[in-house]
Ligand binder design. Structure first.
Ligand code: UT7
Length: 338
């Protein structure tokens, strides 16, 4: 159990998905792939893709505005904005600062967090610490990506997998016993080469050569990442449950990172959680990286699948390599006593 006097939970949620749908059949026309292959190997049927004029901060701003509306809290009350993204608008300023300006969160500090697809859970755990310590009262955590902008649309190994989207959660104090009950974060930098965007940083600054060599796109050893994911998803979730003083039998609902249906099934099996207690929307949105967990969580809450009092486990893995899991006692909307 997390030892603290201030219980921290999600008090508002919002998401944003671009309108444009790209189906597997659409992709068949541009790369050597097939709907059958994509569905069988990943479970993905379609994904949302942002238009040329839309950047990560644009969809993140909409998600953030919706989360604030859901919580009934003005932007001026936000103390901190954390944005988990692998697709910032630019190297700097941070995407969180751009969103801070857009929503006029004039009293908020802001920073971005890079933990790949695990980023939202990393952000949730990080943001909670600021409230538990008493430093801040309201923290906005956003997972937002426009992966479509950094995909090599000629590379069938990667371009069929990802989609764009944003999800936001406003954190605040919740009644005792509710909110974040336990968490586990991890990293293994030795696997960094398995999933990376090599160009454009200080190691390999942008040049004509880096553009010609396609270094500004996602490079991934898919099968190696797959094997890592199969191992780590169950392990991470169990460690978070242990930190909460719970076991997998106590889980009411599992929100896994939506990367691949086979990975989700394997995690559920390892945790002995039946599939009717597992959120799956990878078929509709593909892998939206740091946005996938908040989008899936909001969808489950909106559909009434997650109810107050439920123990909800969020678990993800991603570039770094990283992994992150947490257990939340869902109490959104319950009035804070005292
Ligand atoms: O959020 C973290 C981000 N990363 C991930 O989540 C990725 C995790 N990995 C995966 O989801 C799976 O590894 C993939 C879906 C990427 C690939 O599935 P796999 O079962 O690991 O296949 P594979 O990489 O072993 O490739 C099998 C074959 C290869 O052909 P050969 O060499 O056996 O002839 C690939 O070239 O499938 C081929 N292939 C494709 N064929 C049709 C790869 N991509 C495609 C494609 N369409 N889009």
């Amino acid at each position: 159990m997390m030892e603290n006097n201030i219980a921290v939970g999600i008090i508002g949620m919002g998401s944003c998905l671009p309108e444009k749908i790209v189906t597997n059949r659409d992709l068949e026309k541009t790369v050597n792939t097939s709907d059958e292959w994509i569905v069988e190997r990943t479970g993905i049927k379609e994904r949302r893709i942002a238009d040329d004029a839309t950047a990560t901060s644009d969809i993140a701003t909409i998600a953030a505005t919706r989360a604030l509306k859901d919580a009934g809290i003005p932007a001026s009350e936000i103390d901190l904005i954390i944005v988990a993204t692998a697709t910032p608008d630019m190297m700097f300023p941070s995407t969180s600062c751009i969103i801070q300006k857009n929503i006029q969160a004039v009293n908020a500090a802001a920073f971005d967090l890079a933990a790949g697809c695990s980023g939202f859970v990393y952000g949730l755990v990080t943001g909670s610490q600021f409230i538990q310590s008493g430093l801040y009262k309201k923290v906005l955590v956003i997972g937002a990506e426009t992966l479509s902008k950094i995909l090599d649309w000629q590379d069938r190994n990667t371009c069929v997998l990802f989609g764009d989207g944003a999800g936001a959660a406003l954190l605040g104090q919740v009644p005792a016993g509710c909110g974040l009950l336990g968490a586990h974060l991890g990293a293994d930098g030795s696997g960094g080469d398995l999933l990376k965007l090599p160009g454009g940083g200080s190691r390999l600054p942008a040049s004509t050569a880096t553009v010609n060599e396609r270094k500004h796109f996602v490079h991934m050893s898919g099968n190696e990442v797959f094997k890592f994911a199969i191992k780590i998803m169950g392990e991470a979730a169990l460690k978070a449950l242990e930190a909460a003083g719970l076991g997998s039998q106590d889980v009411d609902y599992l929100i896994p990172h939506q990367a691949n249906l086979r990975i989700i099934h394997s995690a559920a099996k390892r945790l002995k959680i039946p599939l009717d207690k597992v959120m799956i929307n990878v078929d509709k949105y593909g892998n939206t990286s740091a946005a996938s967990i908040p989008i899936a969580l909001e969808e489950a809450v909106d559909h009434g699948i997650i109810k107050n009092g439920d123990n909800v486990v969020l678990v993800g893995f991603g570039a770094g390599l990283t992994w992150a899991a947490c257990v939340i006692k869902w109490c959104k909307g319950e009035k804070l006593i005292g």
